[in-house]
Design a protein. Sequence first.
Length: 557
Amino acid sequence: MIEFLSLKKSNCKNCYKCIRHCPVKSIRFSANQAHIVGDECILCGNCFVVCPQDAKVIIDETETAKVIIAENETVIASVAPSFAACFPQVGIKSLEKGLQKLGFSSAEETAIGATLVKTQYEKILKEGSRDVLISSCCPSVNLLIQKHYPKCLKYLADVKSPMQAHAIEIKKKNPTAKIIFIGPCLSKKDEAARYPGYVDCVLTFEDIIKWFEKENVTLEKKKDITKESRARFFPTNNGIIKTMKLQDDYSYLAIDGVENCIKALKDIEDSNLDHCFIEMSSCVGSCVGGPVMQKYRNYPIKAYQEVSTYAGKEDFKVTPLDYEEISLSRDYIQINKKIPSEDEIKEILAKIGKTTKEDELNCGSCGYNTCREKAIAVYQGKADLTMCLPYLKDKAESFTDNIVNNTPNAIIVVNEELEVQLMNSAAREILNVKTNSDVLGEQVVRVLDPRPFMDVLDSNKNLRNSRSFLAEYDKYVEQSIVYDRTYHILICILRDITEEQLEKVKREALQSKTVETADNVVEKQMRVVQEIASLLGETVAETKIALTNLKESITNE
């Protein structure tokens, strides 16, 4: 899956608010940083809305839109009907004029596609061939069913979304036109990428507002209300049902919010619902409560009022699409989840001091509904033991004091997957790391040779005072690696011995030079001694001869 929701690591502050509000728990934590699990995510945008540090960011495709406009003659904006809530007192004609100033050829309401979709729903229910029919307008609901409740796939309407239906209608009139969808929804970006050929780019209302501001475009406050606009109700709760011709033998239910949708899907799985049409929306209040609206313009009552006053009482005049044109089958999206055994769950719980049912008094601080859910997430690599507040309370002081605060040496802590969990300032200085966020959660290979860590893991033997030269940093270090099985971490202690090593080299050079000088002096002295000895030897011999001659002379006389 293309990542349409990214993370600012430096902003993530280990609050776990995103996991608490994620209905499918598709967030993984490593080094106290949140990472979105794309395979499981349904792009509901809850984490984006609730993040207090603005660490979650929706990918902005404005530059892509500009390229499309620059390279194509006809670029048409398909504008979601919730625009009436985002741009109060502004009609589609006024919005179209503003978009034309940005380079768009024209703008049309996606509500036209909504009319085509609701007509197909009416046809299916009239035929009576489906016991339970779930609306297919919300891409997050579609992903929820495809990824997490595949048993309900047979109940999901095999009908294209209003965005896709509107794109088909536009291209019937303008086959070469490029289409850019504008709305409040994050998951529409995924829908456009997952089902190519309909929409070429997706922008949020916030993207367009920023674009307007940059280009100094002001929208005219003028509503062009018409009777033929009942599908404008689509972005409100019960809005789809409100536009439909109801069948007497069906019940009609409107469900909003992912949690409520999940409850309904579980009821359907258990065969507790029958002969009904269910309008499902992942956002509370439907599309007017979309993630972009909730984040920046959270006025649900005012939003509903703006949409309802702009909606008419009659349908747009459209020609129904053929079955092949409007139908779209959706397949189960496989998620590979490791499921732990009961013994493995108990083993994980025991590591955080939960050995009895009474111990499992879930405080919810980790973001999971139960301690068992948290244990399963730990097994799947999505959560960390230290996310448990009681566990942290018991261990935090000794962990922090003994490993970080009471040593001047460099400290690097990695988990058993060799992902960096902690790095103190001394380590950052040695390894030329500017901020912790640059490496936290990343593999240790980014900053150090991983082989010593792997050897410690494999052998269960700690590494003590191993001297090495870090060529990348031009430093000599003394390295120790301790495997802490209690915390499931490896603690690497680096002592910078560069100055000590350089001083040693200097001493060795000086010593070598001194020895060489001493050798030269000794050699020279030996030569002097030998010369003196030679001279003394010659003198003694001459003296001996003279004395002998003198003695002989005296004797002869």
